[in-house]
Ligand binder design. Sequence first.
Ligand SMILES: Cc1cc2nc3c(=O)[nH]c(=O)nc-3n(C[C@H](O)[C@H](O)[C@H](O)COP(=O)(O)OP(=O)(O)OC[C@H]3O[C@@H](n4cnc5c(N)ncnc54)[C@H](O)[C@@H]3O)c2cc1C
Ligand SMILES: *[C@@H]1O[C@H](CO)[C@@H](O)[C@H](O)[C@H]1NC(C)=O
Ligand SMILES: *[C@@H]1O[C@H](CO)[C@@H](O)[C@H](O)[C@H]1NC(C)=O
Length: 543
Amino acid sequence: MAKRVAVIGAGVSGLTSIKCCLEEDLEPTCFEQSSDIGGLWRFTEKIEERRASIYNSVITNTSKEMMCFSDFPMPEHFPVFLHHSKFLEYLRLYADHFNLLKYIRFYTAVIHIEKAQDYSTTGQWTVVTEKNGKQECFTFDAVMICTGHQIEAYTPLESFPGLETFKGNIFHSRNYKSSEGFEGKTVVIIGMGNSAADIAVETCRKAKKVFISTRGGTWVMSRVYDNGYPWDTIFQTRFNNVIRNSLPWLLLRWLTEKKMNQWFNHENYGLVPQNRSLMKEPVFNDDLPSRILYGAVIVKPLVKEFTESSAIFEDGTVEENVDVIIFATGYTVAFPFLDKSVIEVENNRVPLYKHVFPPHLEKPTLAFIGLIQPLGPIMPTAELQARWATRIFKGLSSLPPESTMVTDTIIRNEKRIKWFGTSRSQSIQTDFITYLDELAAESGSKPNPFMLLLKDPRLALTIFFGPCSPFQFRLMGPGRWAGARNAILTQRDRIVKATKTRVVEKSLDQNLFGFLKIFGFLVLLAAVFLSLRQPSSSPSDEQ
Ligand SMILES: Cc1cc2nc3c(=O)[nH]c(=O)nc-3n(C[C@H](O)[C@H](O)[C@H](O)COP(=O)(O)OP(=O)(O)OC[C@H]3O[C@@H](n4cnc5c(N)ncnc54)[C@H](O)[C@@H]3O)c2cc1C
Ligand SMILES: *[C@@H]1O[C@H](CO)[C@@H](O)[C@H](O)[C@H]1NC(C)=O
Ligand SMILES: *[C@@H]1O[C@H](CO)[C@@H](O)[C@H](O)[C@H]1NC(C)=O
């Protein structure tokens, strides 16, 4: 009999988990407390209690060829970076294509999960759900937790003396929907992540003044990278990853800073990250530097104290008549339906083996999917996690002993602290490509460009020098997809297709450049040829 798997949540992670269960002939049942799929990506004006809430102007910070699922490229006419509604549209296409909806029970919240009575022999779990106030109990052979980690707002009110006397409006970025109502207001935004930057750029068109208050600073990157390609398709290549992981630390840091400062000098904009010995996750915002240049957004240090109507910053400057304070201070990871004995969140960090399995459970039948923050898209990462987990559930692969897993978890965390520091916003940060490969190795789908070099050189070179797109993990092994090769070789076309919406002639420059390249190559060839024909004919050669 097929094993029954409970999937909790029908966002990105839940949808791909259902699909991976089906691939392994497991029997998924997905519980989604809201009315529809999409999780965070389904924008609503009304904020729902147990679901992530985004603002109406959210545009993805990862590009379409990188953030799709590995066997389902986005339609080529989709824009390169997508408005949330467009990404939701993609999720709907995915769910339809693989027929996932029929496994989902909507309006059904999971309120409790515990070990079933005979857990020690079967590894089964009891799942308690609630629908329309009515509770129900189920037994499952395995559980995949896909509830997301951007639900519970983190608002460190206590670190700001005087906040309780403040007479204006205070809210978390979770409650921000649009800039409506900000006309003529003075706004202080606490924090310097993607949301903070987006909200600053958006409200400053209407507000009187907008301040961003940051302790640590940040790098700001444009989505538009070298030659106008999406940043992640250039940054996240295997070639660049090898370089990043083999350069000496100081040189790497120097190069990173040089690259980050190419667009604008972060020091002059008051943004440069405070602790330079760390990798700071960049903020993606194409407009922030110009808004700072216009004086429409003003960067400030941390607020020392609030009064009834003013903010006193750590540098001693005071801003009077503040109307609104927005906490863009991130989220707290929480699993209210799980007992502490199953998983304990410490310092916003969840100690999981390879970010998926709790190491201390006797049976590998509980997996967390999507609980990561790679410097890249979550979608292919969650998908590979789910592919691995379902193979473990099925018994095709197994976990190492507990001590090995615990040690791995500790080492992994130390590495993270060395690279990213102890900042709570980066508590689940991982290295994108390295982590993907690690997961793929577990399920036998890790590509090897060097082995491919003889058999299919074009593909091998694209895999190594081109973007590390999800299709790479469908070339071989279980779950192989016949369309993967073609998807990889056409990925650049799909990127360009979305922007080259007017037929243009190749520019003269490009033609000339191409010609020069060929010409140069011919000259070189001729030189080599001649020097081979007349060995050491010229005395100057011997010097
Ligand atoms: C503003 C913003 C922009 C982002 N942009 C990007 C981006 O460009 N690229 C990227 O890769 N990532 C981005 N992210 C990260 C984002 O977390 C992931 O893209 C993705 O949405 C994670 O999906 P998920 O399924 O893990 O969680 P979610 O999308 O949060 O879905 C969780 C689902 O679980 C349901 N649920 C929760 N609790 C229960 C329960 N007890 N019972 C039943 N159902 C439950 C919820 O209703 C929800 O549907 C962004 C995040 C934010 C906040
Ligand atoms: C994209 O933005 C979200 C929301 O701030 C963030 O959680 C995620 O890490 C960002 N992704 C990248 C690759 O920076
Ligand atoms: C910077 O981070 C490193 C590594 O976490 C830490 O050892 C160091 O004390 C930090 N420096 C400052 C100035 O915070």
